[in-house]
Ligand binder design. Structure first.
Ligand SMILES: CC(C)(COP(=O)(O)OP(=O)(O)OC[C@H]1O[C@@H](n2cnc3c(N)ncnc32)[C@H](O)[C@@H]1OP(=O)(O)O)[C@@H](O)C(=O)NCCC(=O)NCCS
Length: 156
């Protein structure tokens, strides 16, 4: 498996094919793929290709308010899941983030995204906040009044 820096063409190919990564959630995730992630944060955007096909990607950035690396988006095509692609993308970004002085990595997800919660737990991320009615730690009102989010964090 080879992790490559994302190119502008890769970014727009991903945007055209969000359905293949996100299934019926693709419309919800489309606006989150803002072009700044390639133009301004392109040095922390990565892809994995299989026979020239993009099968996984990560969009990240380094925060300005603390020494934190932030994973904005990570996705692996269903055909390539559970093959360590997600973990490898995280590790790759972590290596870069450490070299730039970061001491934490952070990501968020919706409380209903159980697959993402399981994956992030497996790669050693802790859930901040307090337990919700389902017994899952959430940060209350993170995205606005009544909009709790799962906030993952790990020291690196
Ligand atoms: C979440 C996602 C990125 C995981 O990628 P992946 O390449 O399949 O994960 P990996 O193979 O690197 O798995 C790493 C560990 O997490 C576990 N894991 C991955 N997906 C899991 C799931 N759905 N349920 C339980 N455990 C899971 C793996 O078994 C592995 O554990 P191990 O170390 O004990 O073997 C991928 O499922 C995905 O793209 N999902 C759809 C998009 C999404 O929800 N992204 C996250 C939004 S915040």
């Amino acid at each position: 498996m080879n992790i490559l820096q994302m190119r502008k063409e890769d970014f727009f190919e991903i945007r055209q094919n969000l359905m293949h990564f996100w299934g019926d959630r693709h419309e919800f995730f489309a606006p989150l793929h803002h072009p700044m992630f390639i133009y301004e944060f392109g040095n922390t955007a990565y892809v994995i290709k299989d026979n020239n096909e993009i099968v996984a990607y990560l969009l990240g950035f380094l925060a300005q308010t603390s020494n934190t690396a932030y994973v904005h988006m990570i996705a692996v095509k269903p055909s390539h899941q559970k093959k360590e692609y997600g973990r490898s993308l995280y590790d790759h970004f972590l290596g870069y983030a450490k070299s730039k002085g970061c001491n934490k990595i952070r990501a968020i997800t919706l409380p209903k995204n159980i697959a993402s919660i399981n994956f992030h737990r497996k790669i050693g991320m802790k859930l901040l906040g307090e337990k919700n009615a389902d017994g899952i730690n959430v940060v209350k009102d993170y995205s606005g009044p009544g909009q709790d989010m799962i906030v993952f964090e790990k020291e690196i």
